[in-house]
Design a protein around this ligand. Structure first.
Ligand SMILES: Nc1ncnc2c1ncn2[C@@H]1O[C@H](COP(=O)(O)OP(=O)(O)OP(=O)(O)O)[C@@H](O)[C@H]1O
Length: 868
C-alpha cells in the first residue's frame, strides 16, 4: 500500500495503460516526448541507442527511463518494429491547455511487424502481409491481409497447400490460436514471426459477424468465400486483430477474395525455393524475381512477385497477357510513354490506403492528385484501336475528375508534409481563413495601414504604432500634437514628451491576431478532414486504377525485359508436349563471366515417346542448370512473360515439382536425406498428367546401392504410372540408370557433353542423346584446389575400381582392399623407393641419444637423397 501511495498520477495512468497491452513496448507521450519506462526503457535504449536515465532517483518508485522527441517517431518506430517489437503508441487525447487535471491518454495504434503501413517499415517492392491461420483436423484456413495496400485474401486446404502459400506470400507476421502453436511450429517451422491469440475469437459466428460488420453486408456470399468456412474464420480473426491493435479506419479494405487453388499452377514450397523464384537461401544470389523486375511502380513490383509464385494454367488468360506483351514489344513508342506516366503514378495503392486509415499527409494528397492526372494520360494512351485487351483497361481506368479537381482547388500547390505547419489549404477556399491569414501574416502591413489612415485623418504627421506587454498595441503622439487626438481614443500612458493611446480598432485587431494562428489551424484541420472524407468516397475506383496500372506495369515490364534479354513469345497449347529450342537459364546467363556465352540447349519432352529423360554427365557440366532452366521457361510462359529461348512450344503444365540440389535443413534438425525423401514423396503422391518433374540426383544422400535402387524405382514408378505420364527430367550420377531404357520405352538417355584434352576437361554444356560414362568428379575436386596428393590417391582408387568393375561383389571386395590401404594412407603411403628409404632411416633413429650435430647431418643426408 505504501508503494501505491507514492505513485504519481502520471505513473498510475501509465501502469493502467501498460497493463492493457501485454507484450507490447509502450511509447508514452509526455509533452513533446515519447517516454518509455522500466524494462521497456532498457529495451528501447538498447535498440535505438538513446540515453537511459532514471526517474525518481533513490525513491521507492525509481524506474529506468528513456525517451525521444515526438517528431522523431518516424525515425525510431521502424527501428523498434524491425527489431521484432510490438509497439503501442500512447498519445495525449486532449489539449493539455484545456484541462486542469492530468491529460487524458490512450493507445492510438499498436504497430506490429504484420500490421504496419509506415513507409519506413514496409518494403516498397513487397507486400506486408499479416497471415491468420486456423487448423481444424488437418484442414487449414488462412487469410492474408496487407493493411498498407488493403489486399485481403482467403484460402483453405491441406497443411501442405497452406505451407506453399506461406512460402509464396512471405507474411511478416502470423497469428493463430494459442493452443495450436505447437502443431503449427512442427508443421511450418519456427522461422516466422508469430503471435498467438486466445481461443474465443475463433468461433464461426463471431468471425462472420466481424466480417459482415466490416463490409456492411448481410451475407458473405457475394465475395465467394462461403465455401471456405475455415478461411472465413481466419479472415474474421484477422480483422478482429486489427481492431485489437487499434486500427479502426479500414475503409480501404474494401474487398476480400479467395485464392483459388485450381486456377493456378501448383508450385510446391520446394519448387519456390529450389528454382529461386523470389528468394534464395543464398543471400547474394539473384532470383528470377530480380531478373524479371524492371517495373516502373512499387505496385507493379508487388504484383510481379505474386504472379511469379502463382502462374496461370488457363490458356485464355495466359494468352491474353502474352498478347498485350507482344503488342508492347512491337510498339515501343506507346510502351515508353506508358512507362513514363506510370512512373508519375507512384504507389497509388498505398496512398489510397492511407486515405482509408486517415493517415495521409498533405504531400501525399498532392501525389494522389498527380497520380490521377497520370491516370488520365494512361487512359488515353491505352485506348488503342489495335488491342482489345488494352481498350478494356482504358475503359476501366477512372480519372475521378471531380475529386481530383477538388484536391487541386483545396490544397496549396506545394503544401508542407505536416498539416500543423500551416499553409496547407489554398487561398480562396474559405473567406474566414483568408481574412485570418491576412491578419496573422499580413500584420505589419495592416498596422502601417492604420497608422497611415489615422495620421491622415488627425493630421498628426509623427503618429507611431507600437506594442508593449502591458496594454498591447498603442498609438503614440508627441506632446506637440496632443490637442489633435480625437475624443474616441483612450489614453493609457503619459511619458515626458509623449502620450500613448489605444483605439477600438487596435483592440479588435489585437484580439484577432492573438487567436488567429489557432483559428487558422482549426479551420485548416477542418477543411483537410473534410477533403479526406471526400476522397475516401473514391477509394474503390482508385483501388481499381491501382490494380489496372500494376497489371499494365508488369506487362510493359515483360515487353521491356523481352527486348533487353532477347526473349521470345512462347506458343502455349492444350497439348502435352514440351518443346524448347535453344533454351537458356534466365538468371545464370546474366551472371556469366565477361566473354563467356551461355550455351543454349534443346529440350523435348513428349508423354508418348520421350516422357522421361535421364541426364548423365560430369559434375559441373550443367545438368542442374538445364533442369532449372526448363522449369523456369515453363513458369515464365505461364505468367505471361516471353522466354529465354529461340522457340518454345509448351503444352500447359499444371504442376512443377522439383527436387534440385541438396537442401540442408540442419537448423530444423532433419537430415538431408530425410528432407530429400520427404520432398520426393510429395512429388510421387501428387503428380498429374500435366506435371513437369525435375529430379536432380535423387538418392545421392544415402549409400550407393540404396541410392541407385531408390532412383531406379522412382523412374519406373513415373514411367509406369497408371494415368499420369508426367514429363520428367532426371539428372543423375548413377550411370547404372542408363540401363532403364532397355525395358522402358519412354525413357531416353541424354548427357551433357565435355571434352577431354591434355588431361584437362572442357565443359561443352551441350545436351546430346546417349548416356555418359565418366563423372570427372576428381577433376572438379582438383579445380576446387584439393591437395595434389589427395587427388593422386583418388585417381588411383578410381582406376582400380574401374578395372574391377564387373559386379557388385567385386566392387565391395575392391572397396575392402582400398579401405585397408586407407588406414595406411599416411605420409609415406605412396610407394616411392626413395621415400621408403627415408621412412626406414627415420624409423631407425633413436631421438633420445641423437646429438644436435648428428641430427643436422641426418637432415643433410635426407635432403641429398631427395635431390638425387
Ligand atoms: N549452358 C550453360 N552455359 C554456360 N554456363 C553454364 C551452362 N550450364 C551451366 N553453366 C555453368 O556451370 C555451372 C555448373 O552447372 P551445374 O550446377 O548445372 O552443373 P551440374 O552438372 O549440375 O553439376 P553437379 O553434378 O556437380 O551438380 C553453373 O553454375 C553455370 O555457371
Amino acid at each position: 500500500m505504501a508503494k501505491a501511495k507514492k505513485q504519481t498520477p502520471l505513473m498510475q495512468q501509465y501502469n493502467t495503460i501498460k497493463a492493457k497491452y501485454p507484450g507490447a513496448l509502450l511509447l508514452f507521450r509526455v509533452g513533446d516526448f515519447y517516454e518509455t519506462f522500466g524494462e521497456d526503457a532498457v529495451k528501447a535504449a538498447g535498440i535505438l541507442g538513446i540515453v537511459l536515465t532514471k526517474r525518481g532517483n533513490g525513491t521507492e518508485s525509481e524506474t529506468a527511463l528513456a525517451g525521444f522527441p515526438h517528431h522523431s517517431l518516424e525515425t525510431y518506430l521502424p527501428k523498434l518494429v524491425r527489431a521484432g517489437q510490438r509497439v503501442a503508441i500512447c498519445d495525449q487525447l486532449e489539449d493539455p491547455k484545456q484541462t486542469k487535471t492530468i491529460v487524458k491518454r490512450g493507445v492510438t495504434e499498436l504497430v506490429t511487424p504484420g500490421v504496419s503501413y509506415n513507409d519506413n517499415i514496409v518494403q516498397q517492392k513487397a507486400n506486408n502481409y499479416l497471415a491468420s491461420i486456423f487448423n481444424d483436423k488437418g484442414q487449414c484456413g488462412v487469410a492474408f491481409l496487407d493493411i498498407s495496400t488493403g489486399e485481403f485474401l482467403v484460402a483453405q486446404g491441406s497443411a501442405n497447400y497452406v505451407d506453399k502459400l506461406l512460402q509464396g506470400f512471405k507474411p511478416t507476421e502470423i497469428i493463430l490460436p494459442k493452443k495450436q502453436y505447437k502443431d503449427f511450429s512442427e508443421q511450418f517451422g519456427t522461422q516466422y514471426y508469430t503471435y498467438t491469440l486466445d481461443e474465443w475469437p475463433y468461433t464461426g459466428d463471431y468471425a462472420t459477424e466481424t466480417l459482415l460488420r466490416h463490409f456492411e453486408v448481410k451475407s458473405m456470399k457475394g465475395f465467394g468465400i462461403d465455401r471456405m468456412p475455415l478461411g472465413t474464420l481466419s479472415a474474421g480473426v484477422a480483422l478482429h486483430y486489427l481492431n485489437e491493435t487499434e486500427h479502426r479506419n479500414l475503409q480501404h479494405i474494401s474487398n476480400i477474395s479467395r485464392i483459388e487453388e485450381d486456377n493456378h499452377m501448383w508450385l510446391d514450397r520446394f519448387t519456390i525455393r529450389n528454382l529461386e523464384l523470389i528468394g534464395s537461401t543464398n543471400e547474394n544470389a539473384a532470383t528470377l524475381g530480380d531478373i524479371l523486375d524492371e517495373t516502373a511502380s512499387p505496385m507493379g513490383a508487388r504484383l510481379l512477385r505474386r504472379w511469379i509464385v502463382m502462374p496461370l494454367k488457363d490458356l485464355k488468360s495466359i494468352n491474353e497477357r502474352l498478347d498485350i506483351v507482344a503488342y508492347f514489344y512491337s510498339n515501343r513508342e506507346i510502351r515508353d510513354e506508358l512507362i513514363k506516366e506510370i512512373k508519375q503514378v507512384g504507389d497509388l495503392e498505398r496512398l489510397i490506403s492511407k486515405i482509408g486509415l486517415q493517415k495521409a499527409n498533405p504531400r501525399e494528397i498532392t501525389q494522389l492528385k498527380r497520380a490521377l492526372y497520370a491516370v488520365e494520360k494512361l487512359k488515353a494512351l491505352t485506348n488503342q484501336e489495335a488491342s482489345d485487351a488494352l481498350r478494356v483497361i482504358s475503359e476501366q481506368l477512372d480519372v475521378c475528375e471531380i475529386i481530383r479537381d477538388k484536391m487541386e482547388q483545396t490544397l496549396q500547390a506545394e503544401p508542407p508534409v505536416a498539416l500543423n505547419k500551416g499553409n496547407v489549404i489554398a487561398d480562396g477556399v474559405n473567406d474566414e481563413l483568408d481574412k485570418l491569414r491576412k491578419v496573422a501574416f499580413g500584420g505589419k502591413d495592416y498596422l502601417l495601414e492604420i497608422q497611415r489612415r489615422e495620421s491622415e485623418a488627425t493630421g498628426i504627421p509623427s503618429l507611431k504604432i507600437a506594442f508593449n506587454n502591458v496594454f498591447g498595441y498603442y498609438l503614440e503622439v508627441t506632446n506637440t500634437h496632443k490637442d489633435k487626438v480625437p475624443a474616441s481614443w483612450l489614453r493609457k500612458q503619459t511619458l515626458v514628451n509623449a502620450e500613448r493611446y489605444i483605439t477600438e480598432e487596435l483592440k479588435e485587431y489585437e484580439e484577432q491576431i492573438l487567436g488567429a494562428e489557432e483559428k487558422i489551424q482549426a479551420i485548416e484541420n477542418r477543411i483537410y478532414a473534410e477533403l479526406l472524407l471526400d476522397i475516401a468516397a473514391y477509394i474503390k475506383p482508385i483501388q481499381l486504377n491501382a490494380q489496372l496500372i500494376a497489371k499494365l506495369d508488369v506487362l510493359l515490364n515483360f515487353a521491356l525485359i523481352a527486348e533487353r534479354n532477347y526473349y521470345v513469345k512462347p506458343q502455349l497449347s492444350e497439348g502435352k508436349v514440351l518443346d524448347i529450342k535453344g533454351g537458356r537459364h534466365p538468371v545464370i546467363e546474366k551472371h556469366l563471366p565477361i566473354g563467356e556465352d551461355y550455351i543454349t540447349n534443346d529440350t523435348l519432352l513428349d508423354p508418348e515417346t520421350q516422357q522421361i529423360i535421364i541426364i548423365t554427365g560430369p559434375n559441373m557440366a550443367g545438368k542442374s542448370a538445364l533442369l532449372r532452366q526448363t522449369g523456369l521457361i515453363v513458369l515464365m510462359a505461364q505468367i505471361g512473360c516471353f522466354v529465354p529461348a529461340k522457340e518454345a512450344s509448351i503444352g500447359l503444365v499444371d504442376k512443377i515439382f522439383t527436387r534440385v540440389g541438396a537442401s540442408d535443413n540442419l537448423s530444423s534438425g532433419e537430415s538431408t536425406f530425410m528432407v530429400e525423401m520427404n520432398e520426393t514423396a510429395s512429388i510421387m503422391n501428387n503428380l498429374s498428367d500435366r506435371s513437369l518433374i525435375l529430379l536432380d540426383e535423387i538418392g545421392r544422400g544415402t549409400s550407393t546401392y540404396d541410392g541407385i535402387s531408390i532412383a531406379w524405382a522412382i523412374a519406373e514408378f513415373l514411367h509406369n504410372h497408371p494415368f499420369a505420364r508426367a514429363k520428367t527430367l532426371f539428372a543423375t550420377h548413377y550411370h547404372e540408370l542408363n540401363e532403364l531404357t532397355n525395358s522402358m520405352t519412354r525413357i531416353k538417355n541424354f548427357n551433357v557433353t565435355v571434352k577431354e584434352m591434355n588431361n584437362k576437361v572442357i565443359f561443352l554444356r551441350k545436351l546430346v542423346p546417349g548416356g555418359s560414362e565418366h563423372s570427372f568428379g576428381i577433376h572438379v575436386a582438383k579445380l576446387a584446389g584439393m591437395p595434389a596428393k589427395l587427388i593422386a590417391r583418388a585417381n588411383e582408387i578410381l582406376k582400380r575400381l574401374e578395372q574391377e568393375r564387373t559386379g557388385g561383389e567385386q566392387i565391395k571386395d575392391s572397396m575392402r582392399k582400398i579401405q585397408k590401404q586407407a588406414y595406411q594412407l599416411q605420409m609415406f603411403a605412396i610407394d616411392d623407393p626413395v621415400l621408403e628409404k627415408i621412412r626406414d632411416m627415420l624409423n631407425n633413429l633413436d631421438v633420445n641419444t641423437l646429438t644436435p650435430v648428428e641430427a643436422l647431418m641426418k637432415l643433410d643426408e635426407i635432403q641429398r637423397l631427395l635431390k638425387n
